[in-house]
Design a binder for this molecule. Structure first.
Ligand SMILES: [Mn+2]
Length: 330
């Protein structure tokens, strides 16, 4: 029987002096807060740990003082003994180019078909990579400080949508309980994650929600955002996920189509779906791609025409996938 990857990872980290931690392109709360927690844990062991991501930290995480030390750019492999990749199905997901000769540790809670690293720990049953790194505390011989615990809690809270998504398992809740015991404050994390918006963002949300229409008997919700809205509010960086979430909260909605004007007559369409409604298949029809519940594609032309034609095509695709116009199989 192969050795427990947690033991192997702990041994390698303890034997290292300088560790680089990176995560996937467009990093999320799970990968960012977990990277910070792991850096602090290895700091307790006396190591230098740097967090280096290819992409900048997005809102709301860019405002977290705890994550201010994250570097944006490329890892110089020669500067580190070990590179830890969080939630990267392959090296290219990290956007890091020079890692061929580096000793790599791959920690992921998504199915990954290429165990590309020197040590691979893939646990698709884990609710978040934050929960996995919490499991490393024992093998590493560190007791998480309140700051570490809060970062791990934040990772799990963010990846489970505040304990609402399907990955909200007893394992997620057990880790959250233990992390709260170690000093994480669920209220403080919720304030940072969800009660941290710029007023302009809420005004933009208002503008976007006035565009809401539904079709296919209420199964599809369509919202749009225009450049004039973001420009009028002088918003540089926009987090649109909760606009989608609000549209998706409508009873009976199975798919949200979000039209975002990128340039004149150029619209990026983000799709979010639930249940068996396949957003990836719809995106592929338009030359885009993604996952079953999150995908996107780009369309070109005048908005008035696109908003008539594209949702109608999507409705046809959903009906065809369901085997008829009566609705999808459950
Ligand atoms: Mn995750």
């Amino acid at each position: 029987m192969a050795a427990d990857p947690r033991t192997l990872i702990a041994e390698r980290i303890k034997a290292s002096k300088r560790i680089a931690i990176t995560s996937h392109l467009r990093p999320d709360g799970d990968s960012l807060c977990t990277a910070r927690a792991l850096a602090l844990m290895s700091g307790l062991l006396g190591q230098e740990a740097a967090i280096v991501n290819n992409d900048p930290t997005p809102l709301p995480f860019s405002g977290f003082p705890d994550l201010a030390g994250i570097r944006v750019g490329q890892i110089r492999a020669a500067d580190f003994d070990t590179v830890v990749l969080l939630e990267c199905a392959d090296v290219s997901r990290s956007g890091q180019k020079g890692l061929d000769g580096a000793f790599k540790i791959n920690i992921d809670h998504h199915h990954s078909n290429s165990p590309y690293a020197d040590i691979n720990w893939i646990d698709p049953e884990a609710p978040a990579v934050g929960e996995m790194v919490f499991e490393l505390a024992g093998p590493l011989g560190v007791r998480p400080t309140p700051e570490i615990a809060e970062n791990l809690y934040c990772a799990i809270a963010s990846d489970t949508g505040s304990f609402q998504f399907t990955n909200t398992t007893s394992r997620a809740l057990a880790a959250a309980t233990e992390l709260a015991r170690l000093g994480a404050s669920p209220n403080r994390v919720a304030e940072k994650l969800y009660y941290n918006s710029a007023p302009e963002k809420i005004l933009l949300l208002g503008r976007v929600l006035t565009t809401l229409t539904t079709r296919a008997g209420g199964r599809i919700a369509v919202i749009s955002m225009f450049k004039r809205d973001t420009e009028a509010l002088a918003l540089k960086e926009i987090d649109t996920e909760d606009m989608t979430t609000l549209a998706r909260s409508i009873k009976g909605v199975e798919m949200v189509m979000f039209f975002k004007e990128m340039a004149p007559e150029t619209f990026r369409v983000s799709l979010r779906s639930k249940g068996s409604t396949n957003a990836a298949r719809v995106a592929e029809h338009f030359g885009g791609g993604g996952h079953i519940h999150a995908s996107g594609f780009t369309v070109y032309g005048p908005y008035d025409r696109l908003i008539r034609e594209v949702p109608a095509t999507v409705e046809d695709l959903l009906n065809a996938a369901a085997g008829g116009p009566s609705g999808p199989a459950r």
